[in-house]
Design a protein around this ligand. Structure first.
Ligand code: ADP
Length: 734
């Protein structure tokens, strides 16, 4: 190679090396720049991190100081809490889930004074052991093992019931244990000794007050009983006095005495009943009875006032409801008398309706019976309603003051219904009327219940003429039940238009808006409806019987109409019209007393002289042999040697009362064919003085004051056929 070539080669190599150097220097500078940027970024990051670390450190410091404060606070709170727990009088303890004591206050531990063992760490079981072993707790009749077992069983519950234990020193402790979710138990032992003692004192005070109240009521009951006897004498004597010749003025005085006496007796009977209930001396005497008849009897009893006031008293007895139940008929009658009596008393215009409905219970052995007594009377203001069932509470206003009463009736009624397990209520609108209702459950009596006859064939079409809507509805229901088609008319005029050949019977109210029933009958007969049976409903059948045109009709039904009576009458009408609408009467034969016939023997056991006198006077017109016995013993003796045909037996008599005497007489009759009729004379039978009277073997009872008519009736009913006639014009069977 030439030198030139070598030089150029070297030059090329040097140039290449210089270029490479330049390149490397550029790369180095770029890397340096990058490194510089990195360093700057890194420095920034380090700065930021350092700032963050500073912040966190600051926060940490704060949390630390907060924690210290919180700790201090917790400590204070804990100390205070524990201090409080220590100072409370009641015991307080914690147990862990395994039943070991964690901590307890002084009061808790004080019960175990002297037993160092009772400290944190002791088990609940051991505490129970110590309680019984050391006699700390009064375990009563229980054995220690039983008592502990009971306590353990209770402790094991997730939510133990509070329990009261008694300590040896007579203190009462109520233990309240609360189990937490982790099984720990907080136990509170409250000392309730003072409240238990206070309660016992209150209880004793209440018992004393109740005993005093009972004694007062018993006194009141005895007093009213004692007052009744002379009152009965007064009323009885005045009845006799009215039968003697008196001038008008004297008659007025005598009637006033009698009415006042009877009113006083009503008040005394109310007071007597109420005090009897208060003195806990009143018991119910259930027996089989007919509810419908009971209601009708009460209606009959109130009929005179209903009639005097021109009211209509209606009974709507659910057709599907049985009538025979088991209950205390005397008391049910008393409830009804009060409610229906009030309805009549506080109504001057319109009607009183007794509605009885009921549903048999699922067992079919008893019925829920609802009785509602609805009236169209003066009503009761809303703010007074809540008071009327209280004692001596009467609605005090002008309209009400004109009515007599004790204000005890509803209080007694409510107590009786409550005793029967029932409820009573009232709804009322002043000026419109009231509705008193009560509900009781009564067992249905065994045996057949009355069922209505089927008259669908004989009486297909019946026309009912009645202006009172409720009564139209009742009759439509009752006749419909018998299978009849009923056409209702509100007036006589409407009835005249409704009569046609298909009508089998007309039932018509006596007082129609446009005419009277007899007028309607006269018009119908005049139109040629001679064979169409017409029956009139009336609250006062005597008025119809007294009318000479009464033979135009086929019968009179006394309102309220007993269903059985309605059905019986309709059955009679199934046959062609009778010639006379009068009920058949036995012909009265006048016969002198047979010479050889003995007189009927009547024994009256009555200790009260006045009542004896009244009885003698009341029976003086009867041809009987009367003997008196002054007590039960004498009555039994007289039964043996006088051999009476009928005995009147006063119930409350000295030595041996009427019930005992009757039982003795019945005992002596065993094995003989004899059973002398015995009529109880009770002071106050309606209100249940008849308790056990019929059960004691008595056949009937009459209530005092004695009434001549009823005594005569009893004697006539039991007049033996083979004895002399009772009066000159009465029949005797020889
Ligand atoms: P008494 O009738 O003897 O006053 P009650 O206890 O039977 O006592 O009745 C209390 C009061 O309730 C009555 O005085 C009367 O104000 C009111 N009361 C009761 N029944 C009715 C009724 N059917 N209509 C209006 N007020 C009545």
């Amino acid at each position: 190679m030439s030198l030139a070539e070598k030089l150029s080669q070297e030059r090329r190599a040097r140039l290449a090396a210089e270029r490479l150097l330049e390149l490397k220097q550029a790369e180095l500078s770029a890397a340096n720049q990058k490194l510089g940027r990195h360093a700057i970024a890194l420095t920034r990051q380090i700065d930021e991190t350092q700032a963050e670390v500073e912040t966190v450190r600051g926060e940490n410091e704060k949390v630390k100081s907060d924690l210290t404060v919180a700790h201090a606070k917790i400590e204070v709170a804990e100390r205070r809490l524990w201090h409080s727990i220590q100072t409370i009088q009641d015991g307080f303890a914690f147990f862990d889930g395994d039943g070991y004591l964690i901590s307890a206050n002084k009061a808790y531990l004080s019960v175990f004074e002297g037993l160092d063992e009772v400290a944190p760490g002791i088990s609940y079981d051991r505490i129970l052991d110590l309680l019984t072993q050391e006699g700390i707790v009064d375990i009563g009749e229980d054995s220690a093992a039983d008592w502990q077992a009971n306590m353990r069983r209770r402790w094991a519950c997730s939510n133990p019931e509070p329990i009261v234990i008694q300590l040896w020193n007579g203190h009462y402790i109520r233990l309240i244990d609360q189990r937490g979710s982790d099984g720990d138990v907080v136990s509170l032992a409250l000392n309730i000794t003072s409240s238990v003692r206070h309660e016992a004192e209150l209880h004793a005070a209440r018992e004393r007050a109740e005993a005093a109240n009972r004694a007062k009521s018993a006194f009141l009951a005895n007093m009213s009983h004692e007052i009744r006897t002379p009152m009965n004498g007064i009323v009885g004597m005045t009845e006799l006095l009215t039968e003697t010749p008196l001038c008008d003025e004297q008659r007025l005085y005598v009637n006033t005495i009698r009415n006042s006496g009877e009113a006083l007796l009503v008040i005394i009977n109310d007071v007597l009943d109420y005090s009897k209930i208060e003195a806990d001396k009143l018991a119910l005497h259930p027996e089989q009875f007919d509810l419908e008849r009971c209601i009708l009897e009460v209606s009959m009893l109130l009929q005179p006032s209903v009639r005097d006031k021109g009211l209509t008293l209606l009974v709507d007895y659910d057709l599907f409801l049985p009538t025979l139940f088991v209950g205390d008929p005397g008391r049910i009658r008393q409830i009804l008398t009060n409610l229906v009596g009030n309805a009549v008393k506080f109504t001057s215009d319109g009607h009183v309706l007794v509605r009885v409905t009921g549903v048999p219970n699922s067992d079919a052995q008893s019925c829920d019976i609802h009785v509602a007594i609805e009236d169209s009377g003066i009503g009761i203001e809303t703010d007074k309603i809540s008071h009327i069932f209280g004692e001596f509470n009467q609605v005090e206003d002008e309209r009400n003051r004109q009515f007599e009463g004790t204000g005890l009736g509803l209080a007694i009624t409510k107590r009786l219904i409550t005793m029967m397990g029932g409820t009573v209520w009232v709804e009322s609108e002043p000026g419109k009327g009231s509705c008193f209702g009560f509900r009781i459950t009564l067992p249905t009596a065994e045996g057949p219940q009355p069922a209505p006859p089927n008259l669908a064939d004989q009486l297909q079409n019946v026309v009912v003429v009645e202006d009172l809507e409720v009564n139209r509805a009742i009759l439509t229901k009752q006749l419909g039940r018998l299978g009849s088609q009923v056409t209702v008319c509100e007036s006589g005029g409407a009835a005249l238009g409704a009569i046609n050949d298909t009508v089998d019977l007309v039932i018509c109210d006596q007082d129609l808006p446009d005419m009277e029933a007899l007028e309607l009958a006269k018009t119908l007969r005049g139109q040629g409806w001679d064979d169409l049976p017409i029956v009139v409903m009336s609250a006062n059948p005597a008025i119809i019987h007294a009318d000479p045109t009464h033979n135009l009709i086929d019968g009179v039904l006394q309102k309220p109409i007993p269903r059985s009576e309605l059905y019986a009458r309709l059955l009679d009408l199934g046959v062609p019209r009778a010639a006379s609408p009068e009920p058949t009467r036995h012909p009265e034969v006048k016969k002198p007393a047979g010479k050889n016939q003995r007189q009927m023997r009547v024994l009256a056991a009555e200790d009260n002289r006045t009542n004896q006198l009244i009885f003698r006077k009341m029976t003086k017109d009867l041809n009987i042999e009367l003997r008196f016995a002054a007590n039960g013993l004498e009555a039994v003796e007289a039964y043996l040697d006088f051999n009476p045909d009928l005995i009147f037996m006063d119930i409350s008599m000295p030595q041996m009362d009427g019930k005992q005497a009757t039982a003795e007489i019945r005992r002596r009759e065993i094995g003989t064919a004899k059973s002398v009729p015995i009529v109880a004379l009770t002071a106050h039978a309606m209100a249940g003085d008849d308790q056990g009277i019929l059960a004691a073997g008595l056949d009937h009872y009459l209530t005092k004051p004695l009434h001549k008519k009823l005594i005569h009736q009893m004697i006539m009913d039991h007049h033996p056929e083979d004895t002399a006639a009772l009066t000159d014009d009465s029949p005797s069977a020889d």
